[in-house]
Design a protein around this ligand. Structure first.
Ligand code: ZN
Length: 389
């Protein structure tokens, strides 16, 4: 069987930021491009849909997993779980099993975790990734994803199943390569994200994680070269990682005001920001004032949110966003009770927030921000199937 002509290989590595990669050896001898890539405000839940659709969060309508919306909340059952003893529900393993159960119960095919969400509040919130965003029809706004474009152009492709362990995703791609059928591949990796949450960005654990990817991906590329004449590869991330320098107990500051959650206001406390909905002016004013007294963060004005591409219609993700300074973890939060050495989801322009792009191609007009990864993938697809008109 002759070698196949071309493969466009896109390798996504969660949290492999520019600051993480720039001084570590990583495919250096193969790379003709190794540079920073602007990120999107939020977490992977807002970044990844931008990669897949080429759109900003306000256009694809993904941002954070939870938003105030009691009317459509699928979590009525969870109110009763609040009576379970804290010693049980506080355990990560127990919450993981419950996440699986609740996700199954409600038919959620997207990535679902209840994290540290208080059960008594969960029925006030809607989950924003009910469907698998890597499948057609998974994007909230109805935007189509790059895989639909490939399908329309008749390009056979491989896309990782993110539910499999990382090594099995690599092996699944490697099982497809010798068949010489696919022309485009999207490999989804990212165990290094957890390594850096636990250890921060410095230190031997991160060195060895990066060098593992370097070694392991070279093995994959060898296999590619045995089966294809020509490969263009792009290794990229969605965001970087920032070392924690401080913890901010914002929840206590807000609770101390004495308002009732669900009656006066509602809030989602993410790891780096808090988002609020207000049900009376008194709560709005007092909470804004209390936030103003927290020196390690700021309320995001409308112009900033618009610049971030996060000017959501109908206050979809909150009426007020309070973002902590880079390195200041909101802790405890609805995402976790204990501190972490690294976190992402700070100011997207901060150097540690930046994503990265490494490629064996010299790019005349490299993508500046994440949503332009879509255009890069589309251009690869167009080279595989040039328009004949
Ligand atoms: Zn992460």
């Amino acid at each position: 069987m002759p070698k196949k002509d071309k493969l466009a290989l896109y390798i996504f590595i969660d949290a492999l930021g520019w600051e993480v990669i720039k001084e570590r050896p990583f495919l250096n001898d193969l790379a003709r491009t190794k540079e920073p890539l602007g990120t999107i405000f939020g977490y992977s839940s807002s970044c990844d849909p931008s990669i897949l659709t080429g759109k900003l969060p306000q256009e694809h309508e993904h941002f954070s997993f939870f938003r105030y919306n009691p009317k459509d909340s699928p979590f009525a059952i969870c109110k009763w779980l609040d009576f379970l003893p804290k010693s049980l529900t506080r355990r990560g393993r127990v919450r993981q099993l419950m996440s699986r159960f609740i996700g199954k119960f409600y038919g959620i095919t997207g990535y679902f975790q209840i994290y540290n969400m208080p059960f008594k509040h969960l029925s006030l919130f809607d989950h924003t990734e009910k469907r698998d965003i890597y499948k057609p029809g998974g994007i909230n706004s109805g935007a189509s994803i790059i895989f639909e474009y490939l399908e329309a152009r008749g390009i056979p492709f491989h896309a990782s199943n993110w539910r499999l362990p990382e090594i099995q995703r690599i092996e699944a791609l490697e099982a497809d390569l010798p068949k010489r059928e696919i022309e485009f591949a999207y490999l989804f990796l990212g165990d290094i994200d957890a390594v850096m949450h636990e250890h921060g960005t410095q230190g031997p654990e991160v060195d060895s994680s990066v060098s593992w990817y370097d070694k392991r991906l070279r093995q994959t590329l060898d296999l590619v070269n045995q089966n294809y004449d020509d490969v263009e590869f792009y290794v990229f991330s969605d965001h970087g990682m920032t070392n924690t320098i401080d913890n901010c107990d914002l929840i206590s500051r807000i609770n101390a005001l004495g308002f009732t959650f669900g009656k006066d206001y509602a809030a989602v406390y993410d790891s780096t920001m808090a988002r609020f909905w207000f049900f009376n002016e008194n709560a709005r004013k007092s909470i804004a004032e209390a936030l103003g007294e927290e020196p390690r963060g700021k309320i995001l004005d409308q112009a900033t949110l618009a610049d971030y591409g996060c000017d959501f219609k109908d206050d979809l993700y909150g009426e007020l966003f309070f973002l902590l300074d880079p390195g200041v973890l909101l802790c405890p939060s609805f995402m976790g009770e204990t501190t972490l050495k690294g976190m992402h989801g700070f100011d997207p322009y901060d150097k540690d927030s930046l994503a990265s792009l490494t490629s064996n191609q010299k790019l005349a007009d490299p993508p500046k921000r994440l949503e332009e990864m879509y255009d890069l993938m589309k251009a690869s697809a167009d080279r595989l199937r040039p328009e004949t008109s």
